[in-house]
Design a protein around this ligand. Structure first.
Ligand SMILES: Cc1cc2nc3c(=O)[nH]c(=O)nc-3n(C[C@H](O)[C@H](O)[C@H](O)COP(=O)(O)O)c2cc1C
Length: 144
């Protein structure tokens, strides 16, 4: 079964809510999903996933240091051919989400458009996250 691994950092749970909604959307496509806070994550979880979603809030124009450390560790894996999604909550700038997007792309991951929600994701924002998870899952289901 196709698999999506979602790894996220969060300070006040906004990005966590996004991650959960991405998972809900993907599950609606019947694929396997794993959702892990970066503080408990191991890069091994990405090896057998066809899609990876990595999220971080924007703090001081940067992604969380725990997410940055995890992303740096991924350089030792072959991620080429996987489908990726960078996501996160922000206050006024997209630097963290764009940096995740660029780093994953540099590893050969085929990136979907970035998914950014301002502050607390309300129902409309959560639905956007579900749709992104749904689309990501659909994309990997169609890979032969
Ligand atoms: C100390 C601090 C620094 C922040 N710095 C930024 C920033 O540089 N750019 C930005 O867009 N938002 C910034 N924010 C806003 C957060 O990105 C925003 O509150 C986000 O929803 C937090 O997501 P989380 O609940 O997943 O931690 C900052 C918030 C705090 C508390």
């Amino acid at each position: 079964m196709p698999k999506l691994t979602i790894i996220y950092g969060t300070g006040s749970r906004n990005t966590e809510r996004m991650a959960q909604a991405i998972e809900e959307g993907a599950k609606a496509q019947g694929i396997e999903t794993i959702l892990i806070n970066v503080s408990c994550a191991d890069k091994i979880e990405l090896v057998d996933a066809q899609a990876i979603a990595i999220g971080s809030p924007n703090y001081r124009d940067l992604m969380m240091p725990t997410v940055q450390k995890f992303l740096n560790e991924l350089s030792s894996l072959d991620l080429s051919g996987k489908i990726g999604l960078a996501f996160g909550s922000y206050g006024w700038g997209l630097e963290a989400i764009q940096a995740i997007n660029e780093q994953l792309a540099s590893y050969g991951v085929e990136m979907m458009p970035v998914l950014a929600i301002k502050r607390i994701p309300e129902e409309e924002g959560l639905e956007i996250c579900r749709t992104a998870g749904f689309s990501l899952a659909l994309k990997i289901k169609n890979i032969k």
